[in-house]
Design a protein around this ligand. Structure first.
Ligand code: C2E
Ligand code: MG
Ligand code: MG
Ligand code: MG
Length: 285
């Protein structure tokens, strides 16, 4: 098929690549209106304490209910939003919704509400000058303490980060916001570098959890996780594991000393009411 654009005529040899490109282009141009029309929504996935099985909080994961394509996962549109800069208002919207949701959970459960909220930050948001003030405003408007919020930043976003990039994260950490290093173990970062980062949580990447699936698990992987956990704890960092799909994995990771877990074994990401149910079951029995 040939297409002409502005007098430039070009042939597309690969129709599938063509369809993908058009979709990507179409999705990219549809993003701003989608935000205005309220086509994004958030699912929450519980974070469970490995020691006692209690729900300690949830991670907010954004989705797009596209009028033609149905529900799209973040991997389909976050990179596009990062590319166009829409990630800044979209990220702010996710933060605001999530923080309000956390307040709603607190109101339902009273002071003893264990629920903290984890929100992903993309590297573009880190370099945006409004990050700290926006976060302060959102927390204040919702009446939520900074201690209830954890911002997740990927390890790769912080590799080689200079002081300018770390400054806003330091400010947030000083206020009491937790910073988690997401997908930890995939970015080849220097472990000694951890001391320099204002992080209080390591989120061990799903690839480690996957290697705990076989029984017995690969002894080298066991040693690596054991080493990461002991290093993390000696630096006063908590360890969360992602992608726990079986009870055997949960048990192995608990024995290895991990603190918190997240994965399909406990619950898939879902609507906020799911969290109410899980936490209630948890509180009553
Ligand atoms: P992530 O932050 O590492 O989130 C964990 C991903 O693992 C989620 O994918 C979650 O649904 C999935 N997951 C959870 N438990 C399991 C399990 O047991 N097995 C398997 N196979 N997968 C599991 P999701 O929702 O597709 O999100 C993908 C990524 O998109 C996230 O990875 C995060 O980096 C990004 N993302 C999601 N929401 C936002 C957001 O609001 N802002 C930004 N900047 N990025 C976001
Ligand atoms: Mg995350
Ligand atoms: Mg992660
Ligand atoms: Mg991950």
């Amino acid at each position: 098929r040939a297409k002409s654009a502005g007098g430039n005529r070009f042939e597309l040899a690969d129709p599938e690549a063509d369809a993908r490109a058009i979709t990507r282009h179409g999705l990219t141009t549809a993003l701003p209106a989608a935000l205005e029309r309220g086509e994004f929504f958030i699912e929450y996935q519980p974070l469970v304490h490995l020691g006692d099985g209690s729900v300690r909080g949830a991670e907010a994961l954004v989705r797009w209910l596209h009028p033609q394509h149905g529900v799209l996962g973040p991997d389909r549109f976050i990179p596009l939003a990062e590319h166009t800069g829409l990630i800044v208002p979209l990220g702010r919207w996710v933060l605001e919704q999530s923080v309000r949701q956390a307040r709603d959970w607190c109101e339902r459960y009273g002071d003893g509400a264990p629920l903290r909220i984890n929100v992903n930050l993309s590297p573009c948001q880190l370099t945006h000058p409004g990050l700290v003030q926006d976060t302060v405003d959102i927390l204040e408007r919702a009446g939520v303490t900074p201690q209830a919020l954890c911002l997740e930043v990927t390890e790769s976003a912080l590799i080689g980060a200079d002081d300018d990039l770390l400054k806003p994260l330091r400010r947030l950490a000083e206020m009491g916001v937790d910073i988690a290093l997401d997908d930890f173990g995939t970015g080849y970062s220097n472990l000694a570098n951890l001391r320099r980062l204002p992080v209080s949580v390591l989120k061990l990447d799903r690839s480690f959890t996957q290697s705990m699936q076989q029984f017995p698990a690969d002894p080298v992987d066991l040693k690596i996780v054991e080493g990461i956990v002991s290093l993390a704890h000696s630096l006063d960092l908590a360890v969360t594991v992602e992608g726990v799909e079986t009870g055997a994995q949960a048990e192995q990771l608990r024995i290895l000393g991990c603190d918190t877990a997240q994965g399909w074994y406990y619950a898939r990401p879902g609507p906020p009411e799911r969290l109410h149910q899980l936490a209630l079951v948890d509180a009553t029995g």
